[in-house]
Design a protein around this ligand. Structure first.
Ligand code: HEM
Length: 242
């Protein structure tokens, strides 16, 4: 039964994550003119797509690698490598997303880092970079003792969840800000709820639902790799498969 719920959650996560990226792309293509890489407003349009794909969807998937029951038995190293590699890919998409918005701002001589959205966002990206470097040096390089790893693990999990929460807050504030900017001079204002606003609001709600499901699986569920010597205790997925 527990295994059934787990795999159902995985399917829901995959579907919701894909929809988050598809919806953001469709918003930028259909209502905001599509994409370019020349410093124009069309360069900006890469920013939301790459941030949602990198800092929410791929980041969320990478965080859940150890929740797969396949990762609980046998050597941990390949799963650690997968976890680090997926997070690195998420970080590369994130940096590209930031380059897009800074390129657009600098070309148009628009001030950088003035909004609450940008402060939240840059804090999330900074913590993400620190988390990756610390995680790589302590959990992947062979020098750290088991004692140090055990000490840092709960802190690593706490910051992992905090960074995802900050990314969700950044997405929501970014969507809001973009709608205020773009619908200010248009034919319809935000408060008249034109179709673009309905669509972008739904995209934001979907990102929140995706993020909350990731946080539930990560923190609250019992779908966790058993500690050594405690293989059968509190591990409903392993019980189910036995
Ligand atoms: C995790 C997700 C996100 C992060 C970390 C993030 C981060 C940032 C940062 C650091 C800036 C400042 C760039 C500069 O000052 O040159 C910025 C700008 C901007 N972002 Fe995002 N962003 C995210 C998602 C989004 C999304 C989904 C949208 C929705 C369209 C968006 C809309 C904007 C807008 C309109 C600006 C320009 C105005 C401003 O500087 O606040 N962002 N973002």
């Amino acid at each position: 039964m527990a295994a059934g719920w787990f795999y159902l959650s995985c399917v829901a996560l995959g579907a919701m994550g894909s929809l988050c990226v598809l919806f953001t792309t469709y918003w930028m293509r259909h209502w905001r003119g599509g994409f370019a890489w020349d410093g124009s407003l069309l360069t900006f349009n890469w920013h939301p797509v790459l941030m949602v794909a990198g800092m929410v969807v791929l980041y969320g998937a990478a965080s859940l690698v150890y929740r797969l029951p396949q990762s609980w038995l046998g050597p941990k190293l390949p799963w650690k490598l997968l976890h680090a590699a997926l997070h690195l890919l998420a970080f590369i998409l994130t940096v590209l997303g930031l380059v897009a918005v800074f390129y657009f701002h600098n070309t148009g001589k628009i001030a950088n880092l003035y909004s609450l959205h940008s402060w939240l966002g840059i804090t999330a990206v900074f913590l993400f970079a620190c988390q990756w470097c610390l995680g790589f040096s302590v959990f992947l390089l062979p020098w750290a003792s088991a004692w140090l790893r055990a000490l840092l693990k709960p802190i690593h999990v706490f910051f992992g969840a905090s960074i995802l929460s900050l990314a969700m807050a950044s997405v929501i504030s970014g969507i809001n800000e973009k709608l205020f900017f773009s619908l200010k001079n248009g034919t319809q204002s935000y408060k008249e709820l034109p179709s673009e606003a309905v669509f972008a609001n739904c995209t934001g709600m979907l990102v929140v639902a995706f993020g909350l499901l990731v946080l539930y699986i990560l923190l609250a569920s019992s779908w966790k790799r058993p500690e050594p010597g405690n293989l059968t205790d509190r591990q409903p997925l392993l019980h189910d498969r036995a």
